[in-house]
Write a protein that binds this ligand. Structure first.
Ligand code: AMP
Length: 374
């Protein structure tokens, strides 16, 4: 399982961009920041495109284009200044990425982002390749809610099809919840109603795939959420080896069927009767993969750089067991205490305002991995 890259029968990776070249990163958040840091270590330059000034990624990139995603001239200038591009932000308008892709190679393919940006398309795709998800219904208006909810059973979860993340645009419906109120709180034009999963735990697998078809996965990790936001990741997840193997195979299948070049996270529920249901895909480095920076030979960020540049994928073998804790909002104020903990590695994202719910940094605590642990 995991560890080395399975190269399939496609031969060695073909170099796309040698060190010294410029990688464009669309989106300026912490994922872009950590990608740029990994790229710099391998000798690449990064140029970020972001609507916000002084973004976490811009602070560590040599160059930045700061403009709205709707600014076509700025997108063209950005494309002219880079060799290849990737993205770190889920909600980039498809048109912006397609415009860059018309000029320079973009990995993962923008079409993959378009699938993962749309919860219905995403679940239809998963079902289409034989992967289990929770039951769901398309909801075109609030009038359709009561019948669909009765069909799926209460409680159930109404989500906006687009632009939802960290629990935004998401409402849990109970029998007594008025449809009108649920629809208003969801706030989208099109909804998806999902059967509520009474899960034992939530896990994820980060998978990387190169243009040559080589695939490498990181071990499945357990994710604990607070207020719908990822709080803690435990790596590896303490689940049965058979379940971990199934999660690994699921992530590999998804990466292959999407023809992914890059890194993708697959979020899954483990049901109380030990079944896996895929909840969400993120075709980019993922918060649940931050532990790989400090606990694996190759981090998810370096793996992304390797995949899109046509370098061989690195080993995903963990050398330590890790617990990653997000520093959310005011939690970041305690940053100093982590510096005294010899097992802790502190990461701060350079964001100024510690607003509630905002991911300001993370801490990864390491302990030695025993030979019996995978
Ligand atoms: P999402 O935005 O789909 O990743 O949802 C954020 C979090 O809400 C998940 O990680 C779960 O903790 C919870 N959640 C989402 N969908 C469901 C569901 N159908 N049943 C139970 N919990 C859910």
């Amino acid at each position: 399982m995991a560890a080395g890259a399975d190269r399939g029968d496609r031969g060695a990776a073909e170099l796309v961009l040698a060190p010294g070249g410029t990688i464009g990163i669309v989106g300026g958040g912490q994922l872009g920041r950590m990608t740029a840091l990994a790229a710099a270590r391998l000798g690449y330059r990064c140029h970020v495109f972001t609507p916000e000034r002084d973004s976490p990624a811009e602070q560590v990139c040599g160059r930045a284009t700061v403009a709205p995603f709707s600014d076509e001239a700025a997108l063209d200038r950005f494309a002219a200044a880079i060799d290849i591009a990737t993205f770190e932000f889920e909600n980039i308008p498809a048109g912006a990425l397609r415009r860059v892709a018309a000029a320079k190679p973009v990995s993962p393919r923008p079409e993959i982002l378009e699938v993962s940006q749309h919860r219905l398309r995403e679940k239809d795709f998963l079902r289409g390749i034989g992967i289990a998800t929770t039951q769901y219904r398309e909801i075109t208006g609030r009038e359709a809610l009561p019948a669909a909810a009765a069909d799926l059973g209460y409680p159930c979860v109404l989500k906006t099809v687009r632009m939802g993340y960290d629990g935004k645009g998401q409402v849990t419906l109970r029998a007594e919840t008025p449809a009108e109120e649920a629809w208003r709180r969801m706030g989208g034009k099109l909804g998806i109603l999902e059967a509520f999963v009474d899960f034992a735990c939530e896990i994820s697998v980060v998978v990387a795939r190169g243009g040559d078809g080589a695939v490498a996965t990181y071990p499945a990790v357990e994710n604990r959420h607070v207020n719908h936001i990822l709080d803690t990741t435990i790596a590896p997840a303490e689940i049965a080896p058979q379940l971990a193997a199934e999660a690994d195979a699921t992530a590999r299948l998804i990466a292959e069927r999407l023809d992914l070049v890059g890194v993708l996270a697959v979020e899954m529920f483990v049901t109380r009767d030990g079944k896996l249901l895929v909840n969400e895909l993120a075709p980019r480095p993922h918060n649940s993969g931050h532990w790989t920076i400090d606990a694996c030979a190759t981090s998810q960020f370096e793996q992304l750089v390797r995949a899109i540049c046509g370098l061989p994928l690195g080993s995903t073998e963990p050398h330590s067991v890790a617990v990653m804790k997000n520093l959310i909002g005011a939690e970041v104020r305690d940053w100093r205490k982590w510096l005294d903990d010899p097992t802790a590695r502190l990461h701060l994202y350079g964001k100024r305002d510690a607003k509630p719910g905002r991911k300001m940094g993370h801490v990864t605590r390491l302990s030695p991995r025993l030979s019996s642990q995978r």
